[in-house]
Design a protein around this ligand. Structure first.
Ligand SMILES: NC(=O)c1ccc[n+]([C@@H]2O[C@H](COP(=O)([O-])OP(=O)(O)OC[C@H]3O[C@@H](n4cnc5c(N)ncnc54)[C@H](O)[C@@H]3O)[C@@H](O)[C@H]2O)c1
Length: 323
């Protein structure tokens, strides 16, 4: 299948491209940024520069390549979006609109949208239900969350109005052997990265911070399974998906099983702690389980066992490349 990715140079793109290539798909990877060195493995993959805020360029790219399936990954994540809300609006809101319009005009059949648990926020009436189901009133507290809500609604609109098969997942914080990309869940990934390279990490979150997380191999598999799911079985446009919801100090304990000398301390950053506290503590993903058989393979300790050697290799490779 001919598949186009936006935002392919990011954390998800890195692992998704590898999975798509290994399944024999023809992949067109696009991103505002040049091909990162860490993507060198994707040798045969076509790499194109594309700014999703440029409507004409998106239109041209989609018409020229006529992909059968698009994964729309380009975004400015939550913490970076709070530093520059205008940029987050342009990339996440206008960019998603441009991608949907280009799908309509280029007759792209299917679009996968990557939403987030950042669409949730505490409603005025009290805290979010725990676990948080698919259908609750959405009160995001960040520009990132507001643009993801809008993207979800636009997906449903284009589906109904123009018949574009747009579907998506609300990802929890994703953890993989990559450098953190500006998300509020980055403290979890830093526990691994700094745990390996410095033997210590001062988390920007409280020890009792609990948010839903997922290991990247499960995240990539979720995207692939949803992309290939029988349309007749899907009862929703956007699905909650979940894996595990540890407290920050439970992640530390899991890392210390493998890196016993690592030290973790907690100094909450008010902005990012505020974002984390506004998110669900855990997620009800029963609709995804029922409709397309979603089931995570990794729990926290299984992730840690797999991830620590990968992070170690990533940092060794980074040190070699920088010399
Ligand atoms: N990583 C997570 O924990 C997580 C959680 C929930 C949802 N998501 C969603 O998944 C998608 C991919 O996330 P990620 O972790 O790979 O993010 P990332 O920040 O690692 O990558 C995003 C990519 O988008 C690119 N980009 C930025 N502005 C662009 C523009 N104007 N035009 C084209 N590309 C542009 C960046 O260069 C980057 O390569 C995003 O939509 C994100 O909102 C991610």
């Amino acid at each position: 299948m001919k598949i186009l990715l936006t935002g392919a140079g990011g954390q998800i793109g890195h692992d998704l491209i590898g999975a798509l290539v290994s399944q024999g798909h023809q992949v067109v990877s696009t991103d505002l940024a040049p091909r990162p060195p860490s993507h060198a493995h994707a040798g045969g993959v076509d790499w194109q520069r594309l700014d999703v805020t440029d409507a004409a360029a998106v239109q041209h790219m989609f018409t020229e390549h006529r992909p059968e399936l698009v994964f729309h990954l380009a975004a400015i994540l939550s913490a970076r979006g709070e530093q520059d809300p205008r940029l987050a609006y342009d990339v996440n809101q206008t960019g998603t609109w441009n991608v949907l319009e280009a799908c309509r005009r280029a007759k792209v059949n299917r679009l996968i949208f990557t939403s987030s648990i950042a669409v949730f926020g505490p409603p005025p009436s009290g805290p979010l239900p725990d676990p948080t189901p698919d259908d609750v009133a959405l009160h995001p507290g960040t520009m990132y969350g507001a643009t993801k809500v809008s993207g979800e609604l636009l997906c449903a609109y284009y589906r109904k109005r123009y018949g574009i098969d747009c579907r998506g997942v609300r990802f929890p914080g994703l953890i993989s052997a990559a450098m953190p990309g500006g998300g509020s869940s980055d403290y979890a990934l830093f526990m691994y990265v700094d745990g390996v390279r410095k033997g210590a990490y001062e988390a920007f979150a409280r020890a009792d911070t609990r948010i839903p997380l997922m290991y990247m191999p499960d995240g990539v598999r979720a995207l692939l399974e949803l992309a290939l799911a029988d349309p007749a079985r899907l009862t929703r446009t956007i699905y909650n998906i979940a894996a595990f919801s540890p407290r920050a100090d439970e992640i530390a304990t899991s890392v210390k099983r493998v890196l016993p000398h690592a030290k973790f301390t907690y100094t909450p950053d008010p902005v990012r702690q505020g974002i984390l506290d506004s998110w669900p503590k855990s997620i009800d993903d029963s609709a995804a389980q029922r409709d397309w058989g979603w089931k995570p393979k990794y729990d926290l300790d299984a992730m840690t066992d797999d991830l620590v050697p990968r992070v170690t290799r990533m940092l060794e490779l980074g040190a070699i490349l920088s010399h």
